[in-house]
Design a protein around this ligand. Structure first.
Ligand code: AMP
Length: 145
C-alpha cells in the first residue's frame, strides 16, 4: 500500500485501467492519488508562416483541453484540485521529476506489450523507470504488434 501515488494519465481509453489499478494500490484509495498529464510541445515546424498556424494558440488549446479532461476525471474520483497536474514537456522526465517534487512513493503508468522493432523506440514506462527514485508499477494496457 502506498501513501502518495502519481498516476500518469495519457487521456487515452487506457487511462481508466491505469487509474483503477492506482486506486487499489493507494492506502485510502483515490484521495492518495495525484494525476499528471504531460502536454508535449507543438512541433516547431508548424510555426512556419506558410502553414498559417498560431502555435502558441494551439499549444494553449491543448493545455486547456488536458486540464478540463483531468478535472473531469478528478471530479469523478473526488480528487483534490491540488492533486491534478497538467504540465508541458517530454512525458517521461516530467513524470519522474514531478514524482520527486511531490515526494511520491510510487508511480503508476500504463504499458503496452511492445514487441519487435518498437522495443527499440522505447515506451514511456521504460523511460520513466530509468532513473526513477520511487517504485514504478506498470499496468498492462494492451498489446502492440
Ligand atoms: P506509451 O507506451 O509510450 O504509449 O505509454 C503508455 C503509458 O505512459 C500511458 O498509459 C500513460 O500511463 C503514460 N503516458 C504516455 N504519455 C503520457 C503523457 N503525455 N502524459 C502522462 N502520461 C503519459
Amino acid at each position: 500500500m502506498y501513501n502518495n501515488v502519481l498516476v500518469a494519465v495519457d487521456l487515452s481509453n487506457d487511462s481508466q485501467k491505469v487509474i483503477d489499478t492506482a486506486v487499489r494500490m493507494a492506502k485510502g484509495g483515490a484521495s492518495k492519488l495525484q494525476l499528471v498529464h504531460v502536454v508535449e510541445p507543438v512541433a516547431a515546424a508548424y510555426s512556419m508562416d506558410i502553414y498559417a498556424v498560431n502555435v502558441s494558440e494551439l499549444q494553449q488549446e491543448a493545455i486547456n483541453y488536458a486540464e478540463q479532461r483531468l478535472e473531469k476525471i478528478g471530479a469523478e474520483l473526488e480528487i483534490d484540485g491540488d492533486h491534478l497536474h497538467t504540465i508541458m514537456g517530454a512525458p517521461a522526465p516530467e513524470i519522474r521529476n514531478l514524482a520527486n517534487e511531490l515526494g511520491c512513493d510510487a508511480i503508476v503508468i500504463g504499458s503496452h506489450g511492445h514487441s519487435g522493432w518498437k522495443i527499440l523506440l522505447g515506451s514511456t514506462a521504460i523511460k520513466v523507470l530509468h532513473g526513477s527514485t520511487c517504485d514504478v508499477l506498470t499496468v498492462h494496457v494492451g498489446d502492440d504488434e
